[in-house]
Design a binder for this molecule. Structure first.
Ligand code: AHR
Length: 527
């Protein structure tokens, strides 16, 4: 009876005092006369590892499949990804990259070595998706290649030969082999990852040990493509930190200190950083069927990305004040418990409205650090972790995260525009979140784009944005919201979380609009 009374009291107080404070007006002040850095389109990069159903089934079904495909690559997935204007795809891993031997993945499919994938479920790796198939895939979706070479269990020679195989134009033996395998023209490699998590699955190296390897790989793993010698040079990305704390500061410090005095014989253009939203390892939060507490905990955790970037940027600024070396967050996203009944090594999870908000918050953080963060790759593209697309045999579903990336396309290579606002607060239990988040940018045509995220799961937000440096005549866009924080798109109900049109009003030169609770909204303001 006593317990019942307590329960009733809790229930009544929850009804009377809902999750958040009452709706309030949020004023934004956008100054288009003070443009910032270019928001590099590469912050919208993707990551496709040989892991679970990420490559096999997700991208590659083989030319003989009944699933419509072009040279083995699923047509439905290509159509969906083209709409995202994916700037680059990081491949073949991840941890897989440090066990990948490229020769297994070239030549006639029936003669390719069949190997194992010990990192991810210990399953058979048929190697039917190799260099040529990857290049065909990125060509079909219009992306650039970000290739990670094997530092952990490979050799400099193996990596150097792979690059020669892919990029040589002169008639070397490797160039002829590539031509014989169907591609006479040299491939373009936009980005070269020198190892992956070399502090852990990539070989558990100390920063100094890795630094020595980095110098050797940077020197000898060359790109011979004649079109990449002056313009469009391949950018070399070193392994960087994997989180917060002294160990990671030391890693960044070691690489950047060496970079400051680097000789002609080695160089880097980027430092990678990996940071997943997990709250704590091993990942135990459910990706579906969760409540507002888990929603708030995950979003609180993901906002730590901002401090992490600040900490590592500060070290980079010390040794590279001209910001020549980009910070490339080439693994990020929500990492939850594997879906029940799936192979835990396949990292399969659902993707909810919470993930849409998580994605928007991180993209906004990257944009706010556009002068240093010039690359990022969400993990991972299809069927793995925070995916854009889920597939099941011939079926395909686009996730809430997919739609966020689609809505953000206008921000690719646009110029950052400062937005000042008091974000307000929304509180759940002892967790306080900003009520809104926002980012603005101007595209090459002069159009202003504004993204506003309403984190509050229950309260709508009235937005009033004043503009300097641009006269607003009209404003409209799209908004993504859902009935619940854990709403998902699945094969039976693929359109639960899809963007809908939203119109804004222009009043006294100010843009006003109402945001639904838990929503991501992008509007364009036309002068
Ligand atoms: O994305 C899954 C794994 O997470 C990657 O293979 C590895 O780099 C990271 O630990």
């Amino acid at each position: 009876m006593r317990r019942l009374t307590t329960f009733a009291l809790v229930l009544i107080s929850t009804i009377l005092f809902p999750l958040s404070v009452a709706a309030q007006k949020i004023e934004l002040s956008i100054d288009a006369s003070k443009p910032g850095a270019k928001i590099d389109r590469n912050i919208f990069g993707q990551f496709a590892e040989h892991l679970g159903h990420g490559i096999y089934d997700g991208i590659w079904v083989g030319p003989d499949s009944s699933i419509p495909n072009t040279r083995g690559i699923r047509n439905d997935v290509v159509v969906a990804l083209k709409a995202l204007k994916v700037p680059n795809v990081r491949w073949p891993g991840g941890c897989f990259a440090d066990e990948y031997h490229w020769r297994n993945g070239i030549g006639p499919a029936e003669k390719r070595a069949v190997t194992l994938n010990p990192n991810w479920g210990g399953v058979i790796e048929p190697n039917t998706f190799g260099t040529h198939e990857f290049m065909d895939f990125i060509d079909q979706i219009g992306a650039e290649a970000y290739v990670s070479v094997n530092v952990g269990s490979g050799s400099t020679r193996e990596a150097a030969e792979w690059l020669e195989y892919m990029t040589a134009a002169q008639p070397t033996t490797l160039e002829k082999e590539r031509a014989g395998n169907g591609h006479p023209a040299p491939y373009k490699i936009g980005y070269l990852g020198i190892g992956n998590e070399s502090w852990d699955c990539g070989g558990n190296m100390t920063p100094d040990y890795y630094l020595d390897e980095l110098k050797i790989y940077s020197r000898f793993v060359r790109n011979f493509n004649p079109d990449q010698q002056n313009k469009h040079q391949m950018l070399k990305i070193a392994v960087g930190p994997g989180g917060e704390g002294a160990r990671w500061m030391e890693w960044t410090e070691t690489i950047m200190k060496a970079y400051q005095h680097h000789s002609w014989s080695w160089d880097i253009n980027g430092l990678s950083m990996h940071s997943y939203t997990v709250v704590k390892w091993p990942p135990s939060y459910a990706s579906m069927g969760f409540g507002e507490t888990e929603y708030a905990q995950i979003l609180k955790s993901t906002l730590a990305m901002d401090d992490l970037i600040k900490e590592h940027s500060a070290i980079m600024d010390k040794y590279d004040p001209e910001k020549k070396v980009a910070l490339v967050v080439d693994e990020w996203g929500g990492w939850y418990a594997p879906l029940p009944g799936t192979n835990p090594g396949f990292l399969e999870q659902q993707n909810s409205m919470r993930d849409a908000i998580l994605a928007a918050l991180n993209l906004n953080i990257f944009a706010h650090h556009a002068d240093r963060v010039r690359g990022a790759n969400i993990a991972q593209m299809i069927n793995v972790l925070q995916a854009m697309i889920l597939t099941d045999k011939e079926k395909v579903v686009l996730t809430p995260t997919y739609y966020v990336f689609k809505m953000y396309v206008p921000f690719q290579d646009a110029t950052f525009v400062p937005v000042a606002f008091d974000a307000g607060k929304c509180t759940h239990d002892d967790i306080t979140l900003p009520r809104v988040d926002a980012v603005a940018a101007r595209d090459a045509a002069g159009k202003l784009w504004l993204e506003i995220t309403n984190l509050d799961p229950n309260q709508s937000a009235e937005i009033e944005a004043s503009l300097t440096g641009i006269n607003a005549k009209s404003a409209s866009g799209e908004t993504l919201t859902a009935p619940r924080v854990d709403s998902v798109n699945n094969f039976d109900a693929p359109n639960t979380v899809v963007p809908k049109p939203i119109s804004a009003k222009i009043r006294d030169g100010k843009v006003t609009l109402k945001l639904e609770p838990k929503s991501v909204t992008v509007i364009s303001v036309s002068p």
